[in-house]
Design a protein. Structure first.
Lengths: 324, 206
């Protein structure tokens, strides 16, 4: 075989190999102050791109098909759809005023958006991009989550300090459960049996039984030497194996690691400043946090329960999502 | 008139929002973020504790360092570069003692800077509240005199109107100052965190 042909075949094989290699996963971080989403390579932790989006991006969600990212652009009063192949905003969806957090139905067709300014939840049909219904809820709605079976929506209201359970079909309020002061975030356990609600001012997490709508446990956090008023519980992420809950404690600069069986706090991890929201890698081995004051993202080795790295991102990072 | 009504409405809405919000720790605190009375070392630091009973003021090198990096107008980047140089200059065997002490000194000095800002902010909030009351009082007085009044009543109305407009301007000016100054405690908090990370990076934490 002539040397040129050999060389050509070798180059072709390399190209084919490269094409066959899976695209690295990425982190997407919303920077509330910069009006951007930072895209970080999950392997190298290098910034791949900073994508301009609408005003005040906060809540982020990965689409069910993993092809796009939904971004609550709060001051633009809509949701933007970031195409993950081109890393460009390709669509906008209606959201109602001041969208901050939202949840995706398990079938990936519907978004439930909390509208802090007008005390309601907007139901957005993703295909049409339009609001199909609005549900009145408590004052200053904030946290949103949908049960794993898609039958129940839970919305927290900051001012009334309640978690509202809403029937996803009839849109009727099923129950309102009093939780800690200024509830910010809600998360279902994988089996749907419990809802965990964080309270920013209360600095605790209420664990609610989904069937009885009763608070069955309240998890308090106390870090030696750290002022109690800085312990502000916000983001909650339950590990894929269900054994651990990671709770972001805001300006206490800690993530609490909670044993979901005993509700005991096993460890407080020092991360960046004003840690707000978090996300797991697909394999559940790594957790990433968005830190609003230190303008970085902390990387946590879940098995070791250790912070391994800090990655500078934009200004006032609010949310982080792991995706392709 | 519209401007006056708008001003009153804005004040009412602000008061309503404050009434709905969670009980503030201090009624004179005008910023959106919760007031944290003092910054604490443990919020930023999980390294070794500073040595007990050692006064950093008596260490001239530390005192000079603190004076260089603590003033409010020192940027986090400049201060961090200075601290990095300092930490490198400390022999490895002394770092576990000197660097926590340096950070404790920085927390103390940053709190002093921050206390002055917090105090000024509270003063501004009190002043703004007092202005709001005077503006409301003037608005009530203006409502009581018909716009088409003549003679002494017209002169009185014009006087009140002029004073009202000045008060409104002052109210908005103070609001702007508060808005700007409210960022300072957060900036100091962010800078202290950056300082902690620089010093901690020079400690053997294994």
């Amino acid at each position: 075989m002539p040397p040129q042909l050999k060389c050509g075949l070798a180059a072709l094989s390399l190209l084919l190999l490269a094409a066959g290699t899976a695209r690295a996963d990425h982190l997407y971080i919303s920077n509330e102050k910069d009006n951007t989403v930072t895209v970080v390579d999950a392997t190298s932790l290098a910034i791949v791109k900073t994508v301009p989006v609408g005003a005040r991006p906060r809540g982020l969600l990965l689409a069910a098909d993993h092809k796009s990212l939904y971004v609550c652009t709060s001051d633009a009063d809509h949701i933007e759809v970031l195409d993950l192949a081109s890393l460009a905003v390709t669509r906008t969806l209606q959201s109602g005023p001041d969208p901050e957090t939202f949840a995706l139905s398990p079938d990936g067709k519907t978004l439930y958006v909390s509208n802090e300014d007008d005390n309601q939840v907007s139901i957005v049909d993703i295909a049409s991009g339009r609001i199909s219904d609005e549900i009145p809820t408590g004052v200053e709605p904030e946290g949103m989550v949908v049960s794993p079976d898609g039958k129940t929506i839970v919305n927290t209201s900051e001012t009334t300090s309640m978690a509202h359970f809403i029937d996803a079909t009839s849109h009727k309020m099923l129950a309102s459960v009093l939780v800690g002061s200024r509830p910010r975030f809600a998360a279902y356990t994988k089996d749907g049996g419990q809802v965990w609600v964080s309270s920013e001012v209360g600095g605790n997490v209420s664990v609610i039984d989904s069937a009885t709508h009763k608070v069955i446990h309240t998890i308090a956090f106390a870090i030696p030497g750290v002022p109690a008023e800085t312990v502000q519980a916000v983001g909650i992420n339950l590990s894929p194996d269900g054994k651990w809950a990671f709770v972001a404690l805001g300006p206490a600069n800690r993530v609490a690691v909670v044993d979901t069986a005993s509700y005991a706090v096993k460890k407080y991890l020092l991360v960046g400043q004003r840690v707000w929201h978090m996300d797991f890698s697909f394999d559940g081995k790594t957790l990433y946090t968005a830190n609003g004051v230190s303008n970085d993202m902390s990387v946590i080795d879940v098995g070791e329960m250790k912070v391994t790295k800090s990655v500078p991102v934009g200004h006032l990072p609010w949310g982080v999502v792991y995706g392709p | 008139m519209l401007r006056r009504l708008l001003f009153s409405t804005a004040i009412l809405l602000t008061l309503a929002a404050k009434a709905n919000a969670a009980p503030p720790a201090d009624p004179d605190w005008p910023c959106q973020q919760r007031l944290v009375a003092h910054l604490a070392l443990a919020t930023y630091w999980t390294g070794p504790a500073p040595p007990a009973g050692v006064d950093w003021h008596s260490d001239q090198r530390l005192a000079a360092l603190v004076e260089q990096v603590s003033p409010r107008d020192v940027s986090a980047a400049d201060g961090a570069a200075n601290l990095d140089g300092f930490a490198k200059s400390v022999p490895a065997t002394e770092r576990a003692k000197t660097l926590p002490l340096a950070f404790a000194a920085l927390v103390e000095q940053t709190n002093e800077e921050r206390d002055a800002v917090v105090s000024r902010l509270k003063d501004l909030a009190v002043r703004q509240r007092s202005l709001a009351k005077r503006i409301e009082s003037d608005e009530a007085a203006l409502q009581a005199i018909p716009p088409d009044a003549t003679g002494d009543a017209a002169a009185e109305r014009a006087g009140i109107s002029e004073r009202h407009d000045l008060l409104v301007r002052s109210y908005h000016d103070i609001g702007e100052t508060i808005r700007y100054a409210c960022q300072v405690p957060g900036d100091l908090d962010a800078r202290l965190g950056a300082y902690a990370r620089v010093l901690a990076a020079h400690l053997d934490t294994k």
